[in-house]
Design a protein around this ligand. Structure first.
Ligand code: FES
Length: 893
């Protein structure tokens, strides 16, 4: 036995224990602030100090710290917050918070060394980037991190004051925030999933005998049956629960299953071949759903499904006009084929579920962005009444669309907990997270756009084929209906299914894909028409919200100083490009929120979750403004399915649902309090005093009581969210439970890039974006959402693309060392403009911003690359090899 110092206390360790230090910290010492993300020393989330030096604990053997001093994030905040922690809170340098402890540990060490060497001199941006280059943040909180570290080093946070916009920021900067992977119940077991290793086959046997015989194994369950079809490499077959992960992995490997291999087609190109094996040969096969919408019947031809062309406008005329222009070689015709690759969500907290039965009651701690929906889905799957199931998610380490449905970690955890009669946790490893947890489907797009001689937009034909594995229902070309006014449009979406894992919704799902093609085509049309690209959009775009954004963008010095395409010379060439985007917002029809006075304090209750988007803070701020309180005076109780039914965090609906609900409940509660206080409350007496003096009382946002006396905008929830009231809307409400809001969210992005024409490396230097989402309810958090969207869009544009082995369907880029996401040094200067008009008809005056901001990013970068080099980008990501290839094609032309 040996010893080490842990957060100032003596602790013992086994000198022969060479397991990763992080395991000991988290399991034996309960220091769950140290997070496991990549397990490969790439992301820095597990960083601790060893004798004062930042060290990744996932690669350090436990034995290596014998006789040394280890400090975790809990040790850094133990005796009063470090200036860096206060700076992170004040600058909202975090979203989901899962990467935050690692950043805090490294930044604190940097701060202390900097202050010793430089006093309060502010470090340069490049110096901060170099210091934190070993850390990644998937939410893209880098802009706040830059500010926080700079200000902390400059001494701004040397005092003891704590300022925070985000309610739970203190928990996240100290490592106290508990995520699903951090929960430890008595007797808890570890579960892992055995998965198929071929892309297509028929299961002939599943033998779990050897696995069950391994000491320490408590349960082995089948997740598939003999005779079932395996449709992708990584499909779940069985699962095992054991006393620890190592035993569970050994037992998983002892499960013997036979699969008769069948011919496979991995990827849309292979699946489109005439002799390609069918993914869904049976009439009753039910494809997985790649979107948040309902899967409607559609035509199939082989593996190709579609078209979905319901949002076309005079499609025959559009096709005829384009064909005629092609025949006569109309010089104004713009045509192209654009392709994109799969972008992985890469949530830093993996998909994880911890299931625990108590008699016939089931509790599931779950990393999810849909608590209420998941409670219903789990109950149905487990054959339980919904009121017997509780789903809990206090903090969620990112989702981005991939945690909206019932997936194998939850199915396995519930089955294993039932079989083992003990709590079981199943958490994906990074390989699973990057291979089977979902991705934005790749696409192959053919687009033609025809301006008339007078400069109007005559016709668009846009066909998009999504490469979404075994899933269907992608919408890409359809979204072009939300953009420019044309005389005729043929907009057709197809899916080609293949033997790959299912795609899933990813932040504005088809929006950035659509914009990559459409916005480059508009850019090309502007060049042909010899019109400024913004002026052409102003001419073609009838949306009043985006018109204001075009006015804003055209006045920016960044745009006004733009050089003509081809003007840049030399090795490093700079260019500026613009793109626009559109999105809808939704209101979740089912559900309500409770507002109460409890013990003289205002308390709000909803089963909504907070995955870093700020639901807690949104509710507290909305209510605080209504009652003249401070947000931290309000108790926000969220994150459990037993609370009043809250919205999912997806499909741009959480803000547009929660704010009207909160304002409606606030009006009702005020009326109730006035009655109780005999009319004095609110007018003559501050609400703080009224609430403090009131007996306990509660109201629900959607109960009919008092509704006729509410202000007109809130009398009907539909009016409160600006109900669109179309047939499309009716269908959505009936089948998906959401209604569409009136008024399109708009975004315009201007990117400045620098292209190294010797290497093809592209840097995004500046990105300015204008957003029409009305009035942001919590401006600082809205800014964080936008910054994160820009950075994810940057990754999509330049770096991210899943790599596959076509023969086996195995995902090769299944580690963060192989799947490149943006780091802190990649982050551009960002300028964010909120246009606050256009949503006055919505209660609260604004809607969410989580999806719209990312729609135009890749397209704006592509247009900037064109402006810099004269080469149009037709494939995402715009990697150096592609930039160089485009360059050499142009030279040889
Ligand atoms: Fe960094 Fe979410 S805040 S990963």
């Amino acid at each position: 036995m040996d010893h080490f110092t842990l957060n100032g206390q003596m602790a013992s360790l086994d000198a022969a224990d060479h397991s990763p230090l992080i395991d000991t910290l988290r399991s034996a010492h309960g220091l769950t602030g140290t997070k496991l993300v990549c397990g490969a020393g790439v992301c820095g989330a597990c960083t601790v100090l060893v004798d004062g030096a930042p060290t990744v604990s996932c690669l350090s053997p436990c034995s290596s710290v014998a006789g040394k001093a280890v400090t975790t994030v809990e040790g850094i905040g133990a005796t009063g917050l470090h200036p860096v922690q206060r700076a992170f809170m004040a600058n909202d340098a975090l979203q989901c918070g899962f990467c935050t402890p690692g950043f805090i540990v490294e930044a604190a060490a940097f701060h202390d060394a900097w202050r010793t060497a430089h006093g309060t001199r502010t470090p340069e941006r490049a110096e901060i980037a170099e210091a934190l280059s070993g850390h990644l943040c998937r939410c893209g909180a880098y802009a706040g991190i830059y500010r926080a570290v700079a200000e902390a080093c400059a001494g701004t946070f040397d005092g003891t004051a704590e300022i925070s916009t985000r309610l739970e920021a203190r928990q996240k900067v100290t490592g106290a925030a508990k995520y699903t992977v951090d929960i430890q119940l008595p007797g808890q077991l570890e579960g892992v999933i055995a998965r198929a290793h071929i892309p297509h086959g028929r299961i002939t046997s599943i033998d779990m005998t050897a696995a069950r015989a391994i000491p320490g194994v408590s349960a082995v369950v089948a997740l598939a049956a003999v005779g079932d079809t395996v449709r992708y490499n990584g499909a779940p077959i069985a699962a095992v629960a054991a006393r620890d992960r190592a035993t569970a992995v050994a037992a998983r490997d002892a499960i013997k299953f036979g699969i008769t291999a069948l011919p496979a087609a991995t990827g849309a190109a292979a699946a489109s071949a005439g002799n390609a094996p069918l993914v869904y040969p049976g009439f009753f096969d039910r494809p997985a759903n790649a979107s948040e919408g309902v899967v409607l019947p559609s035509r199939w031809k082989g593996n190709r499904r579609g078209p979905n062309a319901a949002f076309s406008l005079k499609p025959a005329e559009a096709k005829a006009a384009i064909a005629a222009a092609r025949t006569k070689a109309d010089p104004l015709l713009v045509e192209g084929r654009w392709t994109t690759e799969a972008q992985c969500h890469t949530c830093f907290e993996p998909h994880a579920a911890l299931a625990s039965f108590n008699g016939d009651r089931l509790t599931v701690y779950l990393s999810t962005q849909a608590i209420s929906h998941m409670a219903g889905a789990i109950a149905k799957h487990a054959g339980l009444a919904e009121d017997k199931v509780e789903v809990i998610a206090e903090h969620v380490g990112g989702g981005f669309g991939s945690k909206l449905s019932l997936t194998s970690e939850t199915v396995a955890a519930v089955a294993l907990a039932r079989a083992a009669k003990a709590p079981v946790r199943v958490a994906y490893d990074r390989h699973e997270e990057l291979s089977v947890a979902g991705y934005r489907p790749g696409a192959d797009m053919q687009l033609a756009l025809l301006p008339s001689a007078s400069g109007a937009l005559s016709a668009i034909t846009f066909s998009a084929t999504a490469d979404s594995g075994i899933a269907v229902n992608s919408a890409i070309a359809t979204l072009a209906r939300l953009m420019y006014t044309a005389d005729a449009k043929f907009l057709a979406d197809y899916d080609v299914v293949s033997h790959l894992p299912p795609g899933a919704p990813f932040r504005g799902p088809g929006g950035p894909v659509m914009a990559f093609a459409l916005e480059q085509a508009v850019d090309a049309a502007a060049e042909k028409l010899k019109v400024d690209p913004i002026a052409l959009r102003q001419r073609w775009d009838a949306d009043a919200n985006r018109q204001r954004l075009y006015n804003w963008a055209s006045a920016l010095p960044l745009w006004q100083q733009r050089q003509p395409t081809g003007a840049a010379t030399g090795r490093l060439r700079r260019g500026v490009g613009i793109a626009a985007g559109s999105w809808l917002y939704w209101w979740q029809a089912e559900g309500e929120l409770e507002l109460a006075v409890v013990g003289g304090k205002l308390a709000v209750r909803s089963s909504v979750q907070d995955m870093g988007t700020g639901s807690r803070t949104l509710l507290a701020t909305t209510l605080a403004q209504s009652f003249g309180l401070k947000p931290d005076e309000i108790t926000v109780d969220i994150g459990r399915s037993s609370l009043p039914h809250g919205p999912i965090s997806g499909g741009s609906r959480a803000t547009a649902t929660l704010v009207p609900q909160a304002l409606t409940a606030a009006e009702k509660l005020k009326m109730r309090l006035r009655r109780l206080a005999k009319g004095k409350a609110g007018d003559n007496q501050p609400w703080r005093e009224v609430i403090a003096a009131s007996a306990d009382v509660a109201v629900r946002s959607d109960r009919p009581e008092d509704s006729t006396t509410l202000s007109p905008g809130l009398q009907s929830p539909l009016a409160g969210v600006g109900y669109m009231g179309t047939v499309f809307d009716f269908i959505l409400r009936k089948f998906v439970g959401v209604t569409t809001g009136r008024g399109g969210q708009g975004a315009v992005g201007i990117a400045e890039v620098e292209v190294d024409t010797w290497t093809g490396h592209t840097r995004l230097l500046r990105y300015a974006t204008g957003l029409a989402i009305g009035k942001p309810q919590v401006p600082r958090l809205a800014q964080s959402q936008v910054e994160g969207s820009i950075i994810q869009g940057l990754g999509y544009a330049l770096y991210e693309g899943r790599q596959l082995d076509a023969a086996t369907g195995a995902v090769l880029s299944a580690g963060l060392e192989d799947y490149r996401i943006p780091g802190i040094a990649d982050v551009p200067e960002m300028h964010i403009h909120f246009d606050e008009q256009g949503f006055e008809h919505v209660a609260g005056g604004g809607v969410g911003v989580g999806e719209i901001a990312g729609v135009p990013v890749a397209a704006a970068i592509a247009n900037a690359i064109y402006n810099a080099t004269g080469n149009r980008a037709y494939a995402l990501p715009m990697r150096p090899d592609r930039i160089m290839a485009a360059q050499s094609i142009r030279r040889s032309a």
